[in-house]
Design a protein around this ligand. Structure first.
Ligand code: TMP
Length: 202
């Protein structure tokens, strides 16, 4: 089973990934946690390029670098783990490309889908949690932290990304579970844990 987490920066996604990891350690479920961009030696080098606050790149180059990281992760980590019957949890996957590079940057969604399907070998998550918070709340949470290249984009960019995630989740309610990222962390963690365990056992 393949589970992914999505949301704008500051939505609380990283905390929930961490809490799910802790919860799964108390079970006998074999699991692998990974992230995008990154998760492989090549992917982590690509990640550095992508988030470097001083770096500059065209939206197309950005989409291609993300796809290169994804191709490596699917081939070397995700597919082998799924073949072994493990639960794979990935902090972001290709929905992020549609939300950020498509709705955020304005690249054509159809081209991104083709690129993404090629990079991911048509692999799609079974279950995707979207942490949804108003952009104002996420920016408040990130205040005082040094922002990476994508985090320092304007408010309007993050509004488009958040709206993109809402469109994606509305189009596929069976795969997506949208959660109010403003709820207490423990409450969210319980909902997420319950959903993952029931789908795994089901
Ligand atoms: P993170 O916030 O999960 O650490 O992700 C790093 C950044 O990468 C974040 O700003 C979102 C961005 N990103 C994209 O723009 N497109 C993608 O496809 C992925 C996977 C991440």
């Amino acid at each position: 089973m393949f589970v992914t987490f999505e949301g704008i920066e500051g939505a609380g996604k990283t905390t929930q990934v961490h809490l799910l990891h802790q919860a799964l350690e108390n079970t006998t479920i074999p699991f692998v946690f990974t992230r995008e961009p990154g998760g492989t030696p090549l992917g982590e080098r690509i990640r550095e390029l992508l988030i470097d606050p001083l770096g500059q790149m065209s939206p197309q180059a950005e989409a291609l670098l993300l796809s290169a990281s994804r191709a490596e992760l699917v081939e070397k980590v995700i597919e082998p783990a799924l073949r072994e019957g493990r639960l794979v949890v990935c902090d972001r996957f290709w929905d992020a490309t549609i939300a950020y590079q498509g709705y955020g940057r304005g690249l054509p969604i159809e081209s991104l889908m083709q690129l993404t399907m090629f990079a991911a070998q048509r692999l799609s998550p079974d279950l995707t949690f979207v942490l949804d918070v108003p952009v104002r709340v996420s920016q408040e949470r990130l205040r005082g932290r040094s922002a990476d290249r994508l985090e320092s984009e304007k408010t309007a960019f993050h509004e488009r990304v958040a709206a993109g995630y809402r469109k994606l989740s509305a189009a596929d309610p069976r795969r997506f579970v949208v959660l109010d990222g403003a709820l207490p962390e423990e409450e969210l963690a319980t909902v997420i844990r319950t959903e993952v365990l029931s789908r795994w056992h089901g």
